[in-house]
Design a protein around this ligand. Structure first.
Ligand code: GDP
Ligand code: MG
Length: 168
């Protein structure tokens, strides 16, 4: 049996947030170590998987990158993504969170993710502000860059570890 086929858990994680914040690239960076400079609209249902070894267990992460019917069903984790250089994408986080909590399992693990951290010179969302927002709502929080890979593994692994703590 190939190592990719043996795992202890399958966790479904959804990517949500405004268009253009980097959801598809976070997914391709994590599952294929690929980055795309062109923005491409996600059409239909797309998900990719990656199997990760965490401590003494193996998790198959099934990560969904689209919006639509049935999207939230069965999701145990979510990355709520905004762009640190576009304040409007951060301002809409509350709406995305509400939509998520209206449709997903109330125990879902949610991480607020400030992507495009490489664009620090264009930053319009201070880290402290986002961190406070996340704390108030009980969300995990991290800044990432799908472009230069900063914290991408870290963000997904933290979410998967937190999910495992809840279900184990
Ligand atoms: P989505 O609509 O949320 O799926 O966003 P995409 O993944 O399609 O990315 C939108 C645009 O932002 C594309 O041009 C990407 O190349 C770019 N992008 C994504 N992530 C990053 C990042 O971390 N840093 C920078 N500088 N650009 C990024
Ligand atoms: Mg996309």
């Amino acid at each position: 049996m190939g190592s990719d086929e043996s795992y202890n858990f399958v966790f479904k994680v959804v990517l949500i947030g405004e268009s253009g914040v980097g959801k598809s690239n976070l997914l391709s960076r994590f599952t294929k170590n690929e980055f795309n400079h062109e923005s491409r609209t996600t059409i239909g249902v797309e998900f990719s998987t990656r199997t990760v070894q965490l401590e003494n267990y193996t998790i198959k992460a099934q990560i969904w990158d689209t919006a639509g019917l049935e999207y939230y069903r069965g999701a145990v984790g979510a990355l709520l993504v905004y762009d640190i250089s576009k304040h409007l994408t951060y301002e809409s986080a509350d709406r995305w969170l509400k939509e998520l909590l209206d449709h997903a399992d109330p125990h879902i693990v949610v991480m607020l993710v400030g992507n495009k951290r490489d664009l620090d010179n264009l930053r319009t969302v201070p880290s402290e502000e986002a961190k406070d927002f996340a704390e108030k709502r009980g969300l995990m929080y991290m800044e990432t860059s799908a472009l230069d890979s900063t914290n991408v593994e870290h963000a997904f692994n933290e979410v998967l570890t937190a999910i495992h703590k809840k279900v184990a």
